[in-house]
Design a protein around this ligand. Structure first.
Ligand code: AGP
Length: 608
């Protein structure tokens, strides 16, 4: 949530900062701003709305300033407005800051500052930081930031510039992302790697409490007390093309089409030619997998849905009980677990505040914690005992697609290895499933080629006011994901229900106006689902089924069918979700909505 860019170099900073913001816009797009350290002081511009508004306000003017900051905001405290947009200045206009996260004690700090004669002009928690730095600026910007950090409660990343030290940018973080990019005679701060990927792939990951001073020649690290620190450089592999649309109209569509490659990369080197699974890179040995008495999955949103899908496979294949909870509930419900519970935190970004807090709670209780994550160096990967990476590449569209199917594939690998280690299935059966999983990326490729049929259905139904999604078992979990996709990008209300529960209430919603999407792949529970479909038809509702090629029963029962290739039912959720992603995508685009930046959302939710 919120994107920060900082630059200290020899080139004019403005276009570099604006380009960095463009690449971080997925993190928030309520308002944006930039501050440049000019010869005669600080020059700031802010604008409400997405970056186009900022570009329209400041795009034409040229600047030779080689130091500056930028920010793209997702509002936490204070509505989106020019005043609440970052950067925030102090009373003198000599200090300016940008912040991502929350300063929890800002009300108290604000009252104290007002008493001491400061005039604060915004409703934000962030503005207090500029004024606190102002009071301490006598010792220099780095010292002032260090001393200010000691006064703040919360979780945040912030960067500051001062007109009196025009060559530096100072940044710090506490439980919110901030990284340093090391260029050639230029240095960057950013919330995420894409911001500076066009200039450098050499990255330094900050630890909580690090205070970093950047100048063109390099970075100096110290702790809050001022003691110098040494931090390692890492070279990241991401491709800069990932931050471009590559000929697609939107990032979401591009990412939907990247799923075969993301799946292949996620399985590569882990799913071997003989169908067995090798997860030795994760560091969890079979001995440990045999000791696991229970698995507890915590995650939010789409990552939760991936966890729910595979919770069925883990129980069915490895015969280990699995519990799953949304992280925001888990952390406050006093969950019971211990050293024999394997806790899996699923988070593509590795930054989701609730998931991080849930993982921390589990570690404190002595449970081994595995992070399933897509972003190298992210907080989740540092907090966990073990890390299993999805290799989906950078995902920019706010609606998660390729990271979701990659999560399901990676978790299926874990389910297979767990089953193998525990001898819960025959080796032949596990190898058979392994071979089938190896074929899934190609099946997804074939599925994407059927998009015209999905688009035709979207054309027919895009004006509907409500969609009900029904499924059973893993199919129900896929329904949750399909319904989430449709509501988040098309703003059409949806409800996803376990089909067997329909008679206990939701059946009252059915009428001729409300289409019912049924995920009906060939699983052992299919015959039960047929009865549920009959119940829907009896109420006059149109059925749009997602079904396996050649299933004649479904063909007769449904008004429309989105066909998917045949595969083992444990793996089918990787296929059945794809037409639902496309259906949501087409309905939203027919309605003229911005699918990459749905209203009120941000890609990473770094606040509770
Ligand atoms: C999905 O389309 C979402 N926008 C959202 O639900 C997301 O999956 C959730 O915020 C979790 O994010 P994470 O995987 O980065 O933790």
């Amino acid at each position: 949530m919120c994107g920060i860019v900082g630059y200290a170099g020899r080139r004019p900073g403005k276009p570099i900062i604006l380009d960095g913001l463009r690449r971080l816009e997925y993190r928030g797009y309520d308002s944006a701003g930039i501050v440049l350290v000019e010869d005669d002081g600080l020059e700031s511009v802010r604008a409400v709305g997405n970056l186009d508004a900022l570009f329209a306000t400041c795009g034409q003017s040229t600047s030779e300033a080689t130091v500056g900051l930028g920010h793209t905001r997702w509002a936490t405290h204070g509505r989106p407005s020019d005043e609440n947009a970052h950067p925030h200045d102090d009373c003198t206009g000599r200090v300016s800051i940008v912040l991502n996260g929350i300063v929890e004690n800002y009300k108290e700090l604000r009252a104290q500052l007002t008493e001491r004669g400061h005039t604060l002009t915004s409703e934000t928690d962030a503005e207090v930081v500029a004024h606190l730095i102002e009071e301490r600026i006598g010792g220099g910007l780095t010292t002032a930031v260090r001393e200010t950090v000691g006064l703040l409660d919360g979780h945040y990343a912030l960067c500051a510039v001062s007109a009196d030290e025009p060559e530096i940018v100072v940044g710090t973080r506490d439980q919110a992302p901030l990284i340093v990019g090391v260029g050639d005679d230029e240095m960057f701060f950013a919330s995420a790697i894409p911001a500076f990927m066009a200039h450098t792939r050499t990255v330094i990951f900050l630890e909580d409490g690090d205070v970093v001073t950047l100048r063109a020649e390099g970075a100096e690290f110290c702790d809050v007390g001022g003691a110098p620190l040494v931090r390692e450089e890492t070279v990241v592999q991401w491709d800069d093309d990932a931050a471009e649309k590559g000929g697609y109209e939107t990032f979401m569509l591009k990412e939907i089409h990247e799923q075969p490659a993301a799946l292949r990369d996620t399985l590569a080197g882990r799913l071997l030619e003989d169908g067995t699974v090798d997860l030795s890179e994760v560091g969890i040995g079979d001995e440990m997998l045999r000791r696991v008495r229970r698995v507890f999955i915590v995650a939010c949103g789409t990552s939760y849905n991936a966890g729910l899908i595979v919770s069925y496979a883990i129980e069915q294949l490895a015969r280990v009980p699995v519990q799953i909870d949304v992280a925001s509930e888990f952390r406050y419900r006093e969950p019971v677990f211990g050293p024999d519970t394997l806790v899996i935190g699923i988070t593509q970004s590795g930054e989701t505040a609730d998931t991080l807090a849930a993982m921390k709670l589990a570690r404190e209780a002595g449970s081994p914690v595995l992070a399933l994550c897509n972003v190298m160096g992210s907080q989740a990967t540092r907090d966990a005992d073990y890390v299993l990476f999805t290799r989906a590449g950078l995902e920019i569209g706010v609606a998660a697609t390729k990271t979701h199917t990659s999560q399901v594939a990676a978790l299926l690998l874990l389910a297979l290895r767990l089953a193998w280690a525990r001898g819960a299935q025959s080796e032949a059966e596990l190898k058979r499933l392994g071979h089938e999983l190896r074929a899934v990326p190609e099946l997804v490729q074939q599925l994407l080629e059927r998009d015209t049929a999905v688009n035709a259905i979207a054309q027919r139904y895009h004006d509907e006011r409500f969609f009900l999604y029904l499924g059973r078992g893993m199919g129900f979990a896929v329904c949750l994901e399909g319904a989430l996709k449709l509501k988040e990008i098309s703003y059409i209300p949806t409800e996803a229900y376990a089909a067997g529960e329909m008679k206990h209430g939701p059946i009252a919603l059915l009428d001729k106006e409300s289409p019912v999407v049924v995920v009906a792949d060939d699983s052992p529970i299919f015959p039960k689902l047929v009865s549920n479909i009959e119940e829907v038809r009896a109420r006059g509702a149109d059925v749009i089924a997602v079904a396996t090629d050649g299933n004649e029963v479904i063909g007769e029962l449904s008004r429309d069918v989105l066909w998917v290739p045949r595969c083992d039912h444990h793996l089918a959720p990787i296929l059945t979700v794809v037409p639902l992603q496309l259906l949501a995508y087409h309905i939203a685009t027919i309605k003229g909505l911005n699918v990459d930046q749905p209203r009120n959302l941000a890609k990473t939710v770094t606040v509770e």
